[in-house]
Design a binder for this molecule. Structure first.
Ligand code: DNO
Length: 392
């Protein structure tokens, strides 16, 4: 696999030239300053490519070309936003970029409640705790009807925890959930989230999936003609939040959406960390099932923690080879898939991967870097994953 690294652009505290020392081969990046719904043009894309070239890299994968809330809910602006999406795809193809990741999570992109939970080894890890999330939902957001979404025991614990929380802790929790973790499509205020929630009234899972399929029916044929591989990132975490539907949480969800628009350009990002939170996830099986529709891999591991609701488990981000996901088996399956592609004569047989997230370790600690994206933690992850790849 091509060993890539997520680089957030000129504001990223990690410099591109340093990445050569840790064996990074390719870059995953995005034009985060352009809001969802607006087109990316050749000038802006080539400006980023020039910057990457100066650091000795190509731009291998776009993560993400974001999908606006209007597209997800099919509000009237969706028409223009889809036109803008198509324009961006044309511009990316013109610039020679052909792997484009996106997600279809309503309102919130990836979500954690604690960005730096101390670990026994002295480093820190990101964590999701359902009671903390319920504190946010019930007492900070004050979503109407929120109680219905949590078991009684979670409600009681959330009430007690909120009563003991300092203002600073409340603020941190609110920011962790709404202010946008690195790479999230949008940064919201609590008021924004309340307003957006009303736009999802009446949108069931069935409807949201239909909206995703409508979107893909529009853009995937164009991507196919342009030689672009679209790859949908799974829901992170893979269960409903804020009572909203989530439709890319399981291998069956992928089958439904990939089969509905049956073109190679309509593909998947395999994120072992997101999907692996669900007990049923089987990494090697996912690779065998979705095989040549997997265009990008995020390799990361999570460990489920004792939880009060098995449908929404607590979890933390474990070291890349620890945790609940069978990482060795998944990598072996991906390497076998590459060999099949090569044997069938595909020149694009190589799957770009990145060590997704990392714990904060050693010199990462106290730096207040981008949550989930520390240098040393990701470097440890890449080194471990690279070892498995070499042995597969
Ligand atoms: C988190 C990331 C997500 C991901 C988007 C893809 O670290 O994996 O932000 O980039 O969900 O669209």
């Amino acid at each position: 696999m091509k060993q890539c690294w997520r680089w957030f652009g000129p504001d990223d505290p990690i410099s591109l030239s340093d990445l050569h020392q840790i064996g990074v081969q390719g870059i995953v990046s995005a034009l985060h300053h352009i809001p969802a719904g607006q087109p990316w043009d050749v000038t802006a894309i080539s400006k980023r490519q020039r910057l990457l070239k100066l650091g000795g890299y190509d731009w291998d994968v776009v993560e993400s070309l974001p999908i606006s809330e209007a597209i997800k809910t099919q509000r009237p602006e969706a028409f223009n936003h889809i036109a803008a999406y198509k324009e961006s795809l044309r511009a990316l193809a013109n610039c020679g970029i052909n792997v484009v990741c996106y997600n279809f999570m309503p309102i919130l992109d990836w979500t954690r409640t604690n960005l730096r939970a101390p670990q026994p080894h002295g480093g820190t890890a990101m964590l999701f705790d359902l009671v903390d999330f319920a504190v946010f939902d019930l007492y900070i957001l004050q979503r109407i009807g929120a109680n219905n979404g949590y078991p009684k025991l979670v409600q009681t614990k959330a009430k007690n925890r909120f009563a003991k929380m300092t203002d600073a802790a409340k603020m941190t929790l609110k920011n962790n959930i709404t202010a946008g973790l690195p790479g999230a499509n949008d940064v919201w205020s609590v008021q924004d989230v309340r307003a957006l929630l009303t736009t999802y009234q009446g949108i069931t899972s069935k409807q949201l999936r239909a909206n995703l399929i409508d979107f893909l029916s529009e853009v995937a044929p164009l991507a196919q003609n342009l030689g672009i591989r679209l790859c949908c990132h799974p829901d992170d975490p893979p269960f409903s939040l804020l009572g909203l539907p989530r439709v890319m949480s399981t291998s069956d969800d992928y089958s439904a959406v990939l089969d509905a628009v049956d073109l190679p350009a309509n593909g998947a990002t395999l994120c072992t960390g997101s999907l692996g939170v669900a007990q049923e996830f089987d990494g090697p099986r996912f690779v065998e099932r979705h095989a040549d529709r997997i265009h990008f891999a995020h390799l990361r591991n999570t460990k489920r923690l004792p939880s009060l609701d098995t449908n929404s488990p607590n979890f933390y981000e474990a070291p890349h080879l620890e945790g609940d996901t069978n990482m060795v088996g998944t990598i072996r399956a991906l390497m076998a898939e590459q060999r099949r592609r090569k044997a069938s004569g595909r020149d694009d047989w190589q799957i770009p991967m990145r060590p997704d997230h990392g714990q904060e370790l050693l010199g990462d600690l106290g730096r207040h870097g981008m949550p989930g994206y520390p240098l040393i933690g990701r470097m440890r992850g890449l080194a471990e994953l690279r070892g498995i790849m070499a042995a597969s």
